[in-house]
Design a protein around this ligand. Structure first.
Ligand SMILES: [Zn+2]
Length: 475
């Protein structure tokens, strides 16, 4: 009997502890409800920290929207903007639930440490999905992955330029074709956010790859996730704080959770192809360029000298584009990111907006076709693989193959044979499940091919057939 009682007691204790304080607050049925709490972490090296969070449940049920700031503790505008939201939000006007993490990396914040948590020297935005028994950063990552992401419908991670970084404000999401609904919602939220620059990244992870980044983990877990990047140089700029606030309110309005939106930016600019310049020198960095400047291919955008002024390395832009963010202070180390240069491989500068995609089953075929061509131009084999159906038939003026494996093998051959592929869409027509695209393809910057691709999609939005016809241009 005694043994039985002990067993029962342990079982109850285990259940109580199995539900952490976050889950306990989140699972309450009380509405409206607000609780401001903090969860503690301790790792086996004896490092301790805590992470504050608020659960805010509006009067009526609705989506769960998570907002995280301070994954990087030196990025202040996101932290200050989230403070303002926590203060302003009127619970009686809120529909659904907000999960707000005001500062995810409190140790980095209070120690004024850029990028990393000084306790374990790890970058919290590089440890996802995290580890239950790992170092302090890995434990925080694991908590976010295992407790916060699973209950979120929308997951927003807010960043800015860190202490040494200049950056133009933008909103970004992953073009994850494996989850078209979530991706289209992320795109819609980005477009409605009020930010002028809407950036998308290709999504090339397999289902078992570690996501590393916080909001990429949420994408990997099938959530609608996106990120704001706003603020720079370890300072609080009021205009950037306001942009972030506006962005969050616009997203909440788009989700019909809170009506305080101001509408989209009247002149949105889309970029979907980011290139990075990295340093191979350690020394003193110089650049006359600012974030937002346009650069030309092969233009010298900065240089590094040793401590005596001798130039060690010059940095050239790999392409035409604009500087999304850049290193903006003198110290530079080997492998540091010098600049991120963004451009649009998409071809027509007019990228279709969410409002034009009214029906996933029909009108998004053009969008999917553009994604395929974009991935093809980026030689993104994993991305192409994700949108090929198992029974795909690939046929051009040279070959005909059946099945995904063989089609991918041919695609890979083409990728390996070409140093660079540029695709310009000249015309695009759609009829039910089939899109015909008239293309000018430039291989290795010199060889021009005029091709018509006729691409058919199945009901899941995967490509079942590509028929390519070779033609000629006007010249
Ligand atoms: Zn950051």
């Amino acid at each position: 009997m005694r043994r039985f009682t002990t067993f029962l007691f342990l079982l109850l204790l285990h259940t109580a502890f199995g539900q952490n304080i976050f889950q306990k607050a989140f699972n309450t049925d009380i509405r409206p409800f607000r609780e401001d709490l903090s969860i503690s972490f301790k790792d086996k090296d004896g490092n301790e920290t805590s992470m504050p969070f608020s659960i805010i449940k509006g009067k009526t049920d609705g989506p769960v929207f998570t907002i995280i700031a301070g994954i990087h503790g030196f990025e202040y505008p996101p932290i200050v903007a989230v403070q303002a939201i926590l203060k302003e939000i009127d619970i009686d006007r809120l529909k659904g639930t907000l999960i707000v993490v005001p500062i995810a990396n409190t140790t980095s914040f209070y120690a004024r440490t850029p990028f990393i948590n000084p306790l374990d020297r790890k970058n919290l935005n590089n440890v996802f999905p995290g580890k239950e028994d790992g170092t302090i950063s890995e434990k925080i990552g694991h908590f976010i992955t295992s407790s916060i992401i699973p209950v979120s419908d929308v997951f927003l991670d807010v960043h800015g330029g860190d202490a040494p970084e200049d950056l133009i404000p933008f909103v970004c999401y992953y073009n994850n074709i494996k989850k078209p609904e979530q991706t289209l919602l992320a795109k819609k939220l980005s477009e409605k956010s009020g930010f002028q620059y809407v950036i998308s990244y290709p999504y090339t992870l397999s289902d078992t790859d570690a996501a590393k980044y916080t909001f990429k983990q949420a994408v990997q877990d099938g959530k609608t996730a996106l990120s704001i990047e706003c603020g720079k140089l370890g300072n609080v700029q009021e205009e950037n704080v306001n942009l972030i606030k506006k962005g969050i309110y616009n997203m909440l309005a788009t989700m019909n959770m809170y009506q305080n939106g101001t509408g989209p930016h009247p002149n949105m600019i889309y970029y979907n192809n980011q290139s990075y310049i990295r340093s191979s020198a350690k020394g003193i960095f110089y650049s006359d360029f600012k974030a937002g400047d346009s650069v030309k291919k092969n233009e010298v955008v900065g240089y590094t000298t040793d401590e005596f002024g001798t130039v060690l390395e010059e940095y050239k832009s790999p392409k035409n584009g604009i500087i999304l963010y850049k290193l903006a202070t003198p110290p530079i180390n080997v492998d540091d990111m010098v600049m991120c240069i963004s451009s649009n491989t998409d071809i027509n500068n007019e990228y279709p907006t969410f409002d034009k995609i009214t029906n996933m089953t029909t009108s998004s075929r053009k969008e999917l076709c553009k994604l395929y061509l974009q991935r093809y131009a980026q030689k993104d084999l994993a991305g192409v693989e994700a949108i090929f159906a198992e029974d795909i038939i690939l046929r051009d003026w040279k070959i005909r193959v059946e099945g995904k494996k063989k089609a991918l093998k041919e695609t890979k051959k083409n990728f390996e044979a070409a140093k660079s592929i540029e695709i310009e869409i000249l015309e695009m027509h759609q009829d039910k499940d089939t899109v015909a695209a008239e293309l000018k393809i430039t291989v290795n910057e010199t060889e021009e091919l005029y091709v018509v691709d006729v691409i058919t999609f199945n009901s899941q939005g995967l490509i079942t057939s590509i028929r390519a016809y070779l033609g000629r241009g006007d010249e």
